[in-house]
Design a protein around this ligand. Sequence first.
Ligand SMILES: Cc1cc2nc3c(=O)[nH]c(=O)nc-3n(C[C@H](O)[C@H](O)[C@H](O)COP(=O)(O)OP(=O)(O)OC[C@H]3O[C@@H](n4cnc5c(N)ncnc54)[C@H](O)[C@@H]3O)c2cc1C
Length: 459
Amino acid sequence: MAQRLIIIGGDAAGMAAASQARRRRDRGDLEIVAFERGHFTSYSACGIPYWISGLVPERDELIARDPATFREKFAIDVRMRHEVTAIDIERREVVARDLGSGGEVRERFDTLVYATGAVPTKPDWARTDTGGVFGVQTLDDGAALRAWLESEPRPRRAVVVGGGYIGVEMAEALIQRGLSVTLVEQAEQPMSTVDPDMAELVTDAMRAIGITIRTGLAVTGLEETDGRVSAVVTAEGPIPTDLVVLGLGVRPNTALAEAAGLPLGVTGGVRVDRRMRVAGVPGVWAAGDCVETVHRVTGMPVHVPLGTHANKQGRVAGINIGGGYATFLGVIGTAVTKVCELEVGRTGLRERDARAAGFEFVSVIAQSTNRAGYYPGSRPMTVKLIAEKPSGRLLGAQIVGWSEAAKRIDTLAVALWNGMTVDDMTALDLGYAPPYAPVWDPVLIAARKAVDALSATDR
Ligand SMILES: Cc1cc2nc3c(=O)[nH]c(=O)nc-3n(C[C@H](O)[C@H](O)[C@H](O)COP(=O)(O)OP(=O)(O)OC[C@H]3O[C@@H](n4cnc5c(N)ncnc54)[C@H](O)[C@@H]3O)c2cc1C
């Protein structure tokens, strides 16, 4: 008799696991049922800001594989609009509610993949049914926001609450749609994924495209008129708006897991081993934004909710369930984003992370350009490196600059992943031609500067 795999969550991690398991085991050997409470499978939440801005015109362009494709090409029984409400590990059963009919189904499993993603932080003041207040976690959220933007009376003003990368991307998207946008951030600066000196460059770029930035300020409530939001409340007075977008971060979606007795780690994510098996619960796997992973530089548990990890972790789980062998080796915190033309990349530890982890370090900032200075299109690029003292091992890197800045972080990510020192890096054989780099690549200039800084200390 065929074994039965149940997947909870039909996006990146869940469907990557399902597809990989199917590639290795046919339907006679493994029956696969996937429950998704939303309307879409395998969609790119990462693309939502570009759909909202209009750069990506059609919603369906964000969908990699729809339920019909999974059913027809992968023989995966995808149950849309079905929310799993309980997991019984002893009886090897899940309970799901059909959100369309209201009915309930129970399904047996031999193997379970928990891939429920993350839940956005929603403060009490946002837990209302006031019209015009949106999160942007799922494609359904994006669709609701698009519908609001296109409804009458047309919103003209927006407040984005929270200046993480999603808040920044959404602020840009709304500016591009012609709204007047205010970003409210409780900390002293938006873009806290990089150090303050680098975040300042991003803040300047955001102001330059017309985003009003209010920092050191918390939203504490909403004002509404006729059921529609009309202002956000702050200690410095109300900020009038027709639309509020929440970008306050996320936490692992583990309510179901916790109720079923699955182990959670210190970050609140499900605890898994490197093959994505849930610790101590045979036959149960977890992947994506709902799990805790390890930071390869500090060795500490972290929750890093990114699509790049969710896809890899889902793939690892699926290969293992399919009878193969794969591992997920942890993260180093690499991420990229942009504000209009300004690109931002980071990898490894920020100064405050390095300090918190107990490292002694130097940090340097090198100014350079993306191309030879004389070549058309040459623009400034700022590279920051953080290197351990006295070893010189690269601990972290950040880049802010115009075209070709963001993906240069990958060179630094590879160096960091492999434990290179800044001394080693000065000798790297990186490509050079005037259209692509100055003769000394910005990465090499920064590495040399870090070596000088280390020499100046008593290492
Ligand atoms: C606006 C935005 C921009 C982003 N940009 C980037 C980026 O540029 N780069 C990057 O790497 N990452 C980015 N991310 C993060 C990335 O989208 C997530 O890390 C990724 O989607 C996580 O995949 P997942 O499968 O773990 O979770 P999700 O994508 O959240 O999928 C989980 C699914 O489970 C379903 N579900 C949850 N509970 C249940 C239940 N009980 N029953 C049934 N179904 C359930 C949900 O409906 C959801 O579809 C972005 C995210 C957002 C929101």
